[in-house]
Design a protein. Structure first.
Length: 113
């Protein structure tokens, strides 16, 4: 089946690049969403597989997937009764990996909060 093409919400599309980046960053500002992104970096998956891998409830996974979809970070594919999710762009996982490394470096070098 073909994926539906979505566009950035109008309130973000018409703003500065920094606002668009902040919109995406807010969508990633949740540990469960980050875990979902890392799970989807391995490939397309149904919600049931994400729930099983991450040990979270189906409603919680669906909520976070909805937010990731709204931020254009994941795409949805329907195949019969099943709904599959995948990363909209592999760079999302790369950015997350880089951000994790940066955070680890910063925390390793901190002396105070």
């Amino acid at each position: 089946m073909e994926k539906k093409s979505e566009t950035m919400p109008p309130e973000v599309k018409a703003t500065a690049p920094q606002a668009a980046a902040a919109f995406v960053a807010r969508a990633m500002a949740d540990e469960n969403r980050l875990r979902i992104i890392l799970s989807l970096a391995e490939g397309k998956k149904p919600v049931s597989k994400i729930v099983e891998e991450l040990g979270i409830s189906q409603p919680l996974a669906s909520h976070h997937l909805k937010e990731l979809k709204r931020a254009l970070l994941v795409e949805v594919e329907r195949s019969g009764p099943f709904i599959y999710y995948e990363l909209a762009d592999p760079r999302v996982a790369t950015i997350l990996t880089d951000l994790s490394r940066l955070a680890a470096d910063l925390l390793a070098n901190r002396t105070t909060f």
